[in-house]
Design a binder for this molecule. Structure first.
Ligand SMILES: [Zn+2]
Length: 359
């Protein structure tokens, strides 16, 4: 998008306080305009074809992820991890490899305690998707870090995305989209509260996209200046009711850990702790808590078994591996994957029908 190119080119020259001021003004208008699809887009509750439910018959899934944008956030990860450990949760911690100093001992410690590591862009300058040439150059380095950190996932800075290009990364999943978030710079929502497979052309390769489904902390508490976790609770209850995936992506950078000293771009970390307590107290034994990589593996298996169910239902029996019918079946699977992928259902940009309905 041209607007994003201009913004990220000149962003370093605009004072941070002015950036926040402008974003608040724009967000206030959007909140009103998109009230029918944010924080809940009713159309996103539909389960995918062949859906057989979460492991152990759980009602819904809970996935936690944290993008660490700056050195400040990096240096607070210990305290954030402690909050989760005390409550029996684990998350994916997503570091920017070339923006600040990432401590190898911190990575090792997180791994040893059951946390997952992901790569969050390369240097978080907003230019990763400016051109295929830039992306290709950076993809080589991102892949190096994925290997070095034993990471299987990628989370995109500012949720800017080109899902096709991500096939060049050595990942089994990405968190680069959302079910609904008209406030994002690239606001095309996936319109689903379930993971989905992103197919690589006609090949039987791809990755699982995990859209975040609870609003991000910076939006709620810095831009919209909410003073409680009511929106998180409202959305979580709705996702639980519809059996989806509650995926929350937050930032230690914006969490204020010292009561009474909450910075201008911070919110009390108690909000996050309270949400974890809310989940445990209200949904005991009803949710599957998984790391993103484990949920992605489950989804890959689910995708195959759902496909088998559909084949059996259609009475299509194949007994000769590799024969022509098998090849055409693989093509059918690829077509089905594309049909299921919600990428084409644009929600915000260019969705005239929604705007017209409102007028
Ligand atoms: Zn980020």
């Amino acid at each position: 998008m041209l607007r994003n190119r201009i913004f990220y080119t000149f962003k370093p020259l605009i004072p941070r306080s002015l950036q926040i001021f402008i974003r608040r003004k724009i967000a206030a208008r959007k909140r009103e305009k998109y009230a029918s699809v944010w924080p809940i887009d009713p159309a996103s509750s539909k389960a995918p074809a062949g859906w057989q439910g979460w492991p152990d018959g759980k009602k819904f899934a809970v996935v936690l992820s944290h993008d660490v944008d700056n050195q400040k956030g990096h240096d607070r990860v210990h305290r954030l991890a402690k909050i989760e450990l005390e409550r029996g949760f684990r998350s994916s911690i997503n570091f920017v490899p070339e923006r600040y100093k990432v401590s190898p001992s911190l990575l090792e410690e997180l791994r040893s305690k059951g946390f997952q590591l992901c790569v969050h862009g390369l240097n978080h300058d907003g230019k990763l998707f400016f051109s295929k040439k830039i992306f290709n150059q950076r993809a080589v380095r991102i892949n190096d870090y994925l290997t070095k950190w034993h990471a299987e996932g990628f989370t995109s800075p500012s949720m800017l995305h080109n899902k096709d290009w991500l096939h060049d990364l050595k990942i089994n999943h990405s968190i680069s989209t959302f079910d609904t978030d008209p406030f994002e710079p690239q606001p095309d929502g996936s319109r689903t509260i379930f993971p989905y497979w992103v197919q690589n052309g006609s090949k039987q390769k791809g990755y699982v996209e995990l859209p975040y489904t609870l609003p991000q902390d910076h939006l709620l508490y810095v831009i919209l200046q909410e003073k409680n976790i009511n929106i998180w609770k409202l959305k979580l209850d709705w996702i639980a009711e519809h059996g989806g995936m509650a995926l929350l992506n937050t930032h230690s950078d914006y969490m204020g850990f010292d009561p009474g000293v909450i910075g201008r771009e911070e919110y009390p970390v108690d909000y996050y702790a309270d949400l974890l307590d809310y989940i445990q107290n209200n949904y005991k034994d009803q949710y599957w808590h998984a790391l993103p990589r484990d949920l992605a593996r489950f989804w890959q298996t689910h995708r195959k078994s759902a496909s088998d169910v559909r084949r059996r239902a259609s009475g299509d029996r194949r007994q000769v591996p590799g024969d022509r019918r098998q090849v055409s079946d693989d093509r059918r699977q690829a077509i089905e994957d594309r049909r299921q992928a919600p990428g084409n259902r644009r929600q915000v940009s260019g969705d005239r029908r929604q705007d017209q309905k409102r007028q």
